[in-house]
Design a protein around this ligand. Structure first.
Ligand SMILES: [Zn+2]
Length: 327
């Protein structure tokens, strides 16, 4: 068994907690499946979600494997029966002091820092989140809202690129912003094509001269006639964002080393890399040594056969998680 409990964790994709999560009626289990029991996505194209659809969503959610996994994990932490009602009741008691409740859970998993998706909800205060959790919080900046805002102010690709770079530069100058994020998969798909500027420029001109230009990049669903050109512009800006993130975001977690996230990269890299184990390190762990000796004894035991029976076979698994040297 690998023992990972002592490793400090970074949660690298956090959406700050729902506002109602400090209420005694809050159901934490509803947050465990993607989208939870959120029905708004069915409210589109003139369709209003029916009661039957609402109920079905709830049924789906409560039958998901992750829901049951979560139910047992949360019940284990709260010390109650693994069912929804018991969990809500036990949580309500503990969350009466909401701040200590949150901090206690983060301490339990040895959380070292949070990296917060600033795209949803909007106007997140990292300082407030830190004050609640007691854990340093850093931000991921989504590029799509930026594109949505600058699109209407620019008429040429050169102007759009310049405005985009200025906005990203400004964001990156905040030491709390450590990464860019794109949700292009939800807009025009993941097949990102590097395109010649002339191609993207023509696409932008087409869109600007067409009837749907206003507010086009703030939309999730765009008119079919604009899709190909919208994709060209979006693909191009994601490539720009990648280039800018290499140039500007030198404080990303992967590069931060000791400066930004003091313990994480070095400690984890050291623990996770293959390091030769010295014989002395093995001897220091008595229990493991005893277990290994016992395994050897078992091996001898299996060689004595009972008359009339096939010889018992024991296959030993390899020994994992051997402690490493302290160097
Ligand atoms: Zn997210």
């Amino acid at each position: 068994m690998l023992e990972l409990d002592d490793l400090p964790l970074i949660d690298q994709h956090v959406h700050i907690f729902e506002r109602e999560s400090d209420q005694p009626t809050f159901d934490p289990l509803a947050t465990f499946s993607l989208g939870g029991d959120w029905v708004d996505f069915l409210d589109s194209g003139g369709h209003k979600p029916t009661d039957q659809e609402r109920n079905q969503l709830q049924v789906n959610q409560r039958q998901a494997m992750i829901y049951h996994e979560a139910m047992h994990a949360v019940a284990g932490y709260l010390g109650c029966e693994p069912n929804r009602e018991a969990i809500i009741a036990a949580r309500a008691k503990k969350a009466a002091d909401y701040k200590s409740y949150v901090r206690g859970m983060y301490r339990d998993i040895n959380l070292e820092s949070n990296i917060v998706d600033l795209g949803h909800p909007k106007n997140v205060s990292l300082a407030e989140f830190e004050a609640l959790t007691g854990v340093p919080a850093f931000g991921l900046l989504r590029i799509e809202p930026v594109i949505g805002e600058i699109w209407d102010q620019q008429d040429s690709l050169a102007g759009l690129e310049k405005a985009f770079e200025e906005r990203i530069r400004k964001a990156a100058s905040d030491p709390k912003i450590i990464s860019l994020k794109t949700v292009i998969a939800y807009r025009t798909g993941l097949e990102l094509k590097p395109l010649a500027s002339s191609v993207v420029s023509t696409a932008m001109d087409n869109l600007k001269q067409g009837p749907h230009a206003a507010g086009l990049f703030a939309k999730i669903h765009v008119p079919r006639s604009t899709r190909d050109d919208v994709k060209r512009v979006r693909d191009h800006l994601v490539w720009r964002a990648l280039e800018l993130s290499i140039r500007l975001l030198t404080t990303s977690p992967a590069r931060a080393g000791r400066k930004l996230l003091a313990k994480y990269p070095t400690a984890v890299a050291r623990n996770a890399s293959a390091t030769p184990t010295s014989p002395a390190a093995r001897r220091r762990i008595r229990q493991r040594q005893a277990r290994m000796n016992r395994a050897i004894d078992d091996r001898h035991a299996t060689t004595s056969s009972t008359p009339g029976r096939a010889r018992r076979m024991t296959r030993h698994t390899s020994v994992h998680a051997i402690p490493r040297t302290d160097t």
